[in-house]
Design a protein. Sequence first.
Length: 613
Amino acid sequence: MSDAVADQLLRAAAVVGERVRLDILARVLDKPAGDVLAAVDTLARTGVLVAAPDVGEVWFADEAARREVESQLPLVERAELHRRAAEALEQVGGSDPAELVRHWKGAAAAGLPQLQLRLAAACVRAGDLVAAHAAVRAVVATARSEQAADLLVEAAVVLEPVGQSAWDGDIYQWCAEALASPELSPRAHVRLLARQSQAATYLGRWREALTASSDALDRAETAGEADLLAEALTARQLATSGPDDVDELTAAAQRMIELGTTTGSADIELRGRLWRVDALWYAGDLAAIAAETGQIASCAGRTSGPNGRWHVLITRAALALARAEFDETEALLADAVAEFRRIGHPAAQGADVAFKILLAHHRGRADELLASAAWQFGTDARWDLSARLARAFVLVDAGQLDEAAALYQRCGRPQTWHEWRAAELLVDAVAARVAAALGVTDDVRHFQARLEPRRGLYVVGGAGGTNFLGPVELVLGICAASLGDRDSAVADLRTAAARSRAIGAPGFAVEAECLLAEVLKEASQETLTLAEALGMTPWVERLERLMEPDGPLSPREHEVAQLVADGLSNRAIAAALVISERTAQNHVQHVLGKLGFVNRAQVAAWVAGRRHE
C-alpha cells in the first residue's frame, strides 16, 4: 500500500465524519476494500486512527487532529469529498438524514446549481423545509438569469406541495414557466404536468388539477417508464380520490404497489398502500385497514425522513378512533403531530384539529376547539370552506346554535360551493348535520339528495384524509329526522347502527342507536351500557335523559316544547306565554339542551311521541 492511498484515506475520513464506516470510505475513495483495510492498518499502527473491525468503523484518535486535517483541505477538494460521501450514504441507505444534509451542504459550496438541488432534496428528507425552499428558489433564480430551461425543469420538480401557499404557489409557477419551453422532452413534460397538478390541488384549482393529472397519466403510459408512471399516478390520486373514484383509486393503488416492489422503491410502495387504505375507508373495512398497517409500517421503515412515520401514526390513530379507542387515538395523534410540528409541516395543524373534532363529538371535552386559535390554518385552500363547516359542527355539539348559524351563513349557498373532489363526501356529511341542527330545511334536502346515491359507503375524506364519520345512512337518518320523515329516519338509523356494529365501530353504533331512540322515544339499556363503557359522556347523558320516565323538563319547559311542536317562533311563544322574546329564546335553548336535541324538529318529534304514549 502506498503512502498516497493512506493520505487519501486520511483526508476522506476527516470529511466523512467523527466515526466513519469502512464501506463508505471505500466508496468515497473508489478503492478496493483490501487497499482501504491496508491503509487503515497502517494509520492505526501509527496511532493516527482507531479501528474497530467488529463494527466496521474507524475514527481519528484525536478529534482536534481530524478538524485540523479537514480545515486544511482546499475548498474544491473538500466539496468533492462531501459529494462523494453524500452519494455513498444514499447508495447504501439507512443513513441519518441530517448527515446527508451536512454533506450535500458541503458539496453545494462548490456553487453548482445541481448540487443545490441535491441539498434541497436532502433537506426535505431531514424535515428542514425552510432550507429546502430557499435552496430551490436560489437555483430557479439562476435558471431565470441564465435562461437555462433544463435547469428550471430540474428545479421545478424537486419539491412536493405541502399545503402552504407560498411554497405551493412557487411550485405551480415554476412548472408553468418550464412548461412554456418549446423544447421540452417527453419525460420533462410528464414530470412538470404531474407536479403542477399536485400544486393546483393544494391551491384549490381542482378542475385544473383533474385535467393536468389526466394529461400527465396519458403521457406517462405512452412513455412506459416506471418513475414517470409513479409521478403521474400520484398526481391523479391527489386530484381525484372522491367517492366516485374508488375503483380507479383501488386500481392505481395496486399499480403503485407493484411498481414499488418491482423497482425496490419503498416510497412508491408506501404511497400505493396508503391509497389502498383510502379506498378501504370508503368501504368501512376496518379489519383490512388494520392488516394493511403492518405493510405500511414495513415500507415506512425503509424510507428516510419523517413522512413514513407520520403516515404510520396517522393511519393507526384513525383506526383507533373509528373503533372508539379514544385514549389510544390521543397518544398516537400526539406523537404524529409532534413529529410534523418539529419540522414546521403545515399538515400538523389540520390533522390535530380534525381528530379532536371527532374525539369531542363522541367523548366530549370540546373546550379547546371553541377557541378561535384552534382554527388558524394559514393559507391552505383546502380548509377555506371546511374550517367554517367543521367549526359550526363543533358549536352545534356544544349547543351554541346561534354562533353555529352565523358560521354556516358565511359559507354561502351550498349550490355555489367548489369542493375538493376528495373531500366531497365529508363536506356534504358535515354540512348536512349542521343544516339539520339549525333547521335549514332547504339545505338539508339538498344534502340528502347528494348523499342518497352514496348509500353503502362510509363518510371519509379521501387522498389521505382519515376523517371517518361512520356510514352514510347515519347522516341520511339525521336528515330524515330533521325533515320529520319518521319512517325513513328509523330505517336509516337502524341500518347505520347495524353496519357500525358489523365493522367494529361501536362509537358510531352508539350514536346511531341514540338518535334512533330519540326518534322512537325508547332508549336501550344495552346502548347506554356500551356508551358508558366507551366513555362517550355526551351520548350517555342523552340516553339517560331519554330513560327518565317523566322527562327532564319543568312544567314551563313542557309548555314551551308544546308550542315549539305547534310550529311557533320564539316571538309567537313569547306572546302566547306573555314573556319577553329573550326569555322565550332561553326556554327554547333549555328545552333543546335538556333533551339533548339540536333543532326544533326534534322537539316536535319528541312531543308527538309522548302524545302517542
